[in-house]
Design a protein around this ligand. Structure first.
Ligand SMILES: Cc1cc2nc3c(=O)[nH]c(=O)nc-3n(C[C@H](O)[C@H](O)[C@H](O)COP(=O)(O)OP(=O)(O)OC[C@H]3O[C@@H](n4cnc5c(N)ncnc54)[C@H](O)[C@@H]3O)c2cc1C
Length: 494
């Protein structure tokens, strides 16, 4: 009996932005695929309304994964078919020109970020129905931010998302209940399956099997109704690791890959948010979860509207007893907007005790200055459109602030790390790409020192972006997997 449970051209580990896009391209180029995903395959109708239930089903460690520091920073990641795209807000941004120039000049990645990337963006935007958030489903939280941006003369704009037939349920983070957001589990994964790819959900890949430096398959543990079993899947042409910026470097290291930058150069876009109370009805529960933004690239941050589900909004309100109950009774009057910062800090990912991982990462003083600047802007915007109180969520400030003057006065000249509650869901850089030896992978995303082994996810970014990353991940993987398909088609024909 064969040791292999299955045998295909390519095995792809992870079904998020990177893995699913590679599957879309390679399956339609005629290659057989096995998609191996640790999380479950959840259908839109399986998605619960309550956030805690949704997190238990689809978020890694129930959102308790965090950096290993004195002040831990939660790191949000999806653990389900579709990866983090299955719990994200669907925000779409093309890779900024300055990032493309930097990656060309300083990292030798011209072949990835040139015209081929524009072409990839056009295809992906068409296939995933990318467009501006439409007025009927804008919702009060987004519309109020638009008014505030205009009142202060800021460069705000409606957010572009990959949504088809969005009804404004405000439940992106729990998983779209009607499958409108074109995340990978409703778009590229089913599309690859329709082209013959086989999906192994609930299967944790322990290691890539390397034989004399060549990747020949993967070994994983699959959980099903009968318990757990070890399976091995053979890859005739290659293994593509797309397990995220945290789990790809760990999987490579467990498999025997060694490189000075493996697990290093971890980067992020951490953010923090402010809740404000208004006299008017905001009704945060209706509308696109994130439909309006104010990009301030020159200052190193981006402001975004972010609707919270009622259970989480209630937990974010200040006070106790009757005071808190009064506020909860007015849930329709609150808005939440936040700032997401392009940080310069570099961290590292290693194996550890919690979920097998330890992430070291400390924002620099300059990073915290940008957080302060972003939060000052958000507070001012809220008061500009009539907030009667705001809850800055900063340890160095009163819990409730009632005027712009009080807010500006109370803001310290510098924030300390312990003052601010940062969260990050945009994670990069731990198997960085470069045409020279700094790259764990080269400009084909091939792992140096091996054959037939590739990384195709956010790990390959040499730097962070300053904008929401899923489109850049999909675009780059599209370009790299098209090139891989072309090389392998030539080999097949020869
Ligand atoms: C709450 C949230 C909101 C966000 N909002 C946006 C947004 O609006 N716009 C935007 O551009 N970006 C957004 N992002 C970020 C974006 O979703 C991610 O950057 C992107 O999905 C990362 O793609 P990836 O392929 O690197 O990893 P992921 O999409 O995280 O996929 C990795 C997959 O690999 C699986 N995996 C890991 N280890 C193994 C293993 N050993 N075996 C098998 N499978 C494994 C994981 O379970 C996961 O499904 C958001 C992220 C989160 C968490």
């Amino acid at each position: 009996m064969s040791r292999w449970a299955d045998e295909v051209d390519f095995v792809i580990v992870g079904t998020g932005a990177g893995g699913a896009t590679a599957a879309r391209v390679l399956s339609e180029a005629g290659f057989s695929l096995a998609l191996v995903e640790e999380g479950a395959f959840l259908k839109p109708e399986d998605r619960p309304r309550e956030l805690v239930d949704a997190m238990a089903m689809a978020v890694r460690g129930m959102a308790t994964l965090a950096t290993d520091s004195l002040v831990p920073m939660p790191l949000l990641q999806g653990k389900c078919v579709g990866g983090s795209t299955a719990i994200n807000s669907g925000i779409i941004w093309r890779t900024p020109d300055d990032v493309r120039e930097d990656w060309t000049r300083n990292w030798g990645l011209a072949s990835l970020v040139g015209e081929a990337l524009d072409d990839a963006f056009v295809h992906i935007e068409d296939e995933l129905s990318v467009g501006p958030t439409e007025a009927p489903i804008a919702g009060g939280n987004n519309l109020l931010m638009e008014r505030a941006s205009k009142a202060l003369g800021l460069p705000g704009q409606v957010i572009h998302r990959n949504a088809r037939g969005c009804e404004g349920n405000g439940r992106c983070l729990q998983g779209c209940p009607i499958g409108a957001r074109q995340s990978m589990e409703v778009s590229y994964v089913p599309r690859a399956i329709a082209s013959g790819a086989r999906l192994y959900a609930g299967c944790h890949v322990e290691r890539v099997i390397l034989e004399r430096g060549r990747a020949i398959g993967v070994r994983g543990t699959q959980h099903d109704a009968l318990g757990k079993k070890t399976i091995e899947i053979r890859a005739r042409r290659g293994v593509i690791v797309a397990a995220s910026a945290i789990f790809s470097p760990l999987l490579l290291a467990r498999s025997g890959v060694r490189h000075a930058n493996l697990g290093e150069r971890f980067q992020a876009h951490p953010g923090a948010a402010i809740v404000g109370r208004f006299d008017e009805d905001v009704s945060m529960g209706f509308g696109a979860s994130q439909g309006y933004e104010v990009p301030m690239r020159d200052r190193g941050f981006k402001l975004e509207a972010l609707a919270l589900p009622p259970d989480m909004l209630a937990a974010r309100l200040p006070g106790a007893g009757r005071d808190w109950q009064t506020r909860v009774g007015e849930l329709g009057r609150y808005a939440q907007w936040g700032g997401v910062v392009r940080m310069e800090a570099l961290g590292r990912v290693r194996s550890g005790f919690f979920d097998g991982v330890s992430v070291r990462y400390e924002p620099t003083e300059g990073d915290l200055d940008k957080v302060r600047d972003a939060l000052l802007h958000v507070g001012r915007m809220m008061f500009a459109v009539g907030a009667n109180e705001i809850y800055p969520g900063l340890a160095c400030m009163p819990e409730i602030v009632k005027s712009e003057e009080e807010y500006v006065r109370a803001m310290p000249a510098r924030l300390r790390r312990a003052d601010v509650h940062l969260v990050s869901s945009h994670l990069f850089g731990t198997a960085c790409a470069s045409s020279d030896a700094r790259g764990v992978v080269d400009e084909r995303f091939a792992v140096r020192g091996t054959e037939g082994l590739f990384v195709m996810d956010a790990s390959v970014f040499p730097t962070n972006l300053g904008v929401n990353p899923q489109h850049s991940i999909m675009g780059l993987v599209w370009v790299a997997s098209k090139a891989l398909a072309a090389r392998e088609s030539e080999r097949r024909a020869a």
